[in-house]
Ligand binder design. Structure first.
Ligand code: CA
Length: 231
C-alpha cells in the first residue's frame, strides 16, 4: 500500500474545477480519474475501483443524489460531495444517503486535502479494523472497557445515550454527521427533530467542553449537524 498511488475519481462537469483538482491532487501523488457525466462516473467506479470519489451534485445527465443512491447499492467507496452554495438540501440528502463528507465551492485545496485525509483514515480503519483502544485527546479520555469518561483525569457521569453518542462521534471523528444520521443511530428512527438533537448536544457539551461557546471537540456544522474535532 505504501508506494501505491491512491486513485481518486472526480465526477465533475466543470472543466476548470476538474482541471484544478487534477493538477493539485496529482502533485500530492494521487492518480486522478475524471468523469464529466454521471454515466461515465459510474462506469469508472466499476472498472477502476477508485479509493475515493469526489462527486459534484449538479451533473448534466443525472442528479448527483441519484448517482449516489445507485452507487451505494454496490459500493462503500468514500464519497466527498462537492456542492455549490444554495444546494443545502441536496447536500444534506447526500450525506443522509451515505456520502462521507462535503466541501462547498469555491474551496481551497487545503480544505479538500483535509477532507481527503479523513476519508483515507476511514479506508485504513476498515482495512485493519483496529480493536478498541482507549481514546485520549487533550483533557478528554474514554476508557472503553470500563465505560468511563474522564475530564482532566476526573470521571464524569454521562447518561447511556450520551455515552453512546460520544462513542459515535469519536468513531467518526473528522467526519460530518447529519442530524438525521445521529437520530437514526442513537434513537433508531427516521426524520426526528433537529432541535432536540441540538438540546441534547448542548448538554453533552456542557459535560465535556471547557468553553461551550468555543468547543474543542463537538463542532457545529451549521444547518447540517456535528463534526467531532479531528485532532
Ligand atoms: Ca456541475
Amino acid at each position: 500500500m505504501m508506494n501505491d498511488k491512491r486513485t481518486i475519481l472526480v465526477i465533475e462537469d466543470d472543466p476548470y474545477i476538474s482541471h484544478f483538482i487534477d493538477i493539485s491532487l496529482s502533485k500530492e501523488a494521487y492518480a486522478v480519474l475524471i468523469a464529466k457525466t454521471a454515466a461515465e462516473g459510474l462506469f469508472l467506479i466499476s472498472s477502476h475501483h477508485p479509493e475515493i470519489v469526489l462527486l459534484d451534485l449538479g451533473l448534466p445527465d443525472k442528479d448527483g443524489i441519484d448517482l449516489l443512491r445507485e452507487l451505494r447499492t454496490f459500493s462503500d467507496v468514500p464519497v466527498l460531495i462537492v456542492s455549490a452554495r444554495g444546494q443545502e438540501t441536496e447536500k444534506i440528502a447526500a450525506l443522509d444517503l451515505g456520502a462521507n463528507d462535503y466541501i462547498t465551492k469555491p474551496f481551497h485545496m487545503g480544505e479538500l486535502m483535509a477532507r481527503i485525509r479523513v476519508a483515507e483514515r476511514f479506508i485504513q480503519k476498515s482495512d485493519t479494523e483496529k480493536g478498541n483502544t482507549d481514546f485520549t485527546c487533550d483533557w478528554l479520555s474514554v476508557d472503553y472497557e470500563k465505560r468511563k469518561v474522564l475530564v482532566d483525569g476526573e470521571e464524569i457521569h454521562l447518561t447511556p445515550t450520551e455515552y453512546k453518542t460520544l462513542l459515535l462521534l469519536i468513531a467518526n471523528r473528522g467526519k460530518v454527521l447529519t442530524h438525521n444520521f445521529i437520530i437514526r443511530q442513537i434513537w433508531g428512527y427516521e426524520g426526528g427533530d433537529s432541535k432536540s438533537v441540538r438540546v441534547f448536544m448542548a448538554n453533552l457539551r456542557r459535560k465535556l467542553e471547557k468553553d461551550t461557546a468555543h468547543p474543542r471537540f463537538i463542532l457545529t456544522e451549521i444547518g447540517v449537524g456535528y463534526r467531532f474535532a479531528d485532532e
